[in-house]
Design a protein around this ligand. Sequence first.
Ligand code: MRU
Length: 364
Amino acid sequence: MAPHNRADSAPLPSVRWTGGIDGRLILLDQTRLPLEETLIECRDVDALVEAIRALRVRGAPAIGIAAAYGICLAAAALPDSDDRLQWRSALADARAQLAASRPTAVNLFWALDRMTRVVEECITDSCVSQSDLRQRLLDEAHAIREEDRRMCHAIGRFGAELLPPSAGVLTHCNAGGLATAEYGTALGVIFTAHDQGKSIHVYVDETRPLLQGARLTTWELAQHGVPHTLICDSMAAQVMREGRVQAVITGADRIAANGDAANKIGTYGLALLAEAHHIPFYVAAPSSTFDLQLPDGDAIPIEQRSADEITCGLGRRTAPRGVEVYNPAFDVTPARLIAGLVTERGVIAPVSPDAIRKVLARPQ
Ligand code: MRU
């Protein structure tokens, strides 16, 4: 992976492909934000897997888009040969490697399934050459990215209707343009409401342990000119009690068939606080984040991350060596605490399995 330092000041997409079928994947390294805007180049699947695990690229939709391009990197690396079984086996290996990078965000598996379908169509059609295969995979990855971009803007439009003309809105983690193709889900709602002239003030949870709120959400809100205030996660209850918050909105990594939603650790606690203060709690996510195979949130796999993120997360050790640590990266908010699920096909409210199926079945 070759680092590039950014020279210009135009907004940078989190995930971008450059060139044609032999191109490269360019990521904005989110671990370096907000201090440095550094682009990294992924030339192979190993480099991309490292980038996903290290959260250089992060956020459910962005991980899915990056993984789709990962299959394009693997296709570009296929040895020149007409052996279709060899194509299938090499691309299946790449898929398995990418699928093992992070377990919770279903968008990763959704995007890999789409790429696998294209592989299978190409392999079973004897008229498809190796370069056709590469082109079709690249077209599919571009389509996944473009669809996500459009879904985020639609989510923004539906969600903005839920916010009053003047509101304090609390958000957690980062569900903005960095976590998606562009614009974001929860932040897309906030950006749209702000652009419509609503007076929105955002309270940003810093989001321990990796500070996606403090580092990334504040950076995006500042770029968009949305007024905001950074708080420690532990301050949310007091901020609500003081009457500063009229809505809470977050993204999601996987939503089960009954509406239980996995998102960054701390989201469940916020939903409970919102209920206690009679504040609506919304989750904004595209249809690619729903996993209708899972009946409820108990079946959502929760990623466990390294103890170092808690004991040495701020660049210096903050706990005794050898202390026992528990570091689940996500939690599950039960559907009963969610006032509405904002999707690109409309708002699901009240949340129920039937309402989810009905709204997701709407044409886009
Ligand atoms: O560990 P992260 O930073 O990838 O976690 C991201 C989140 O929890 C986001 O809220 C979620 O992926 C939605 S992004 C539109």
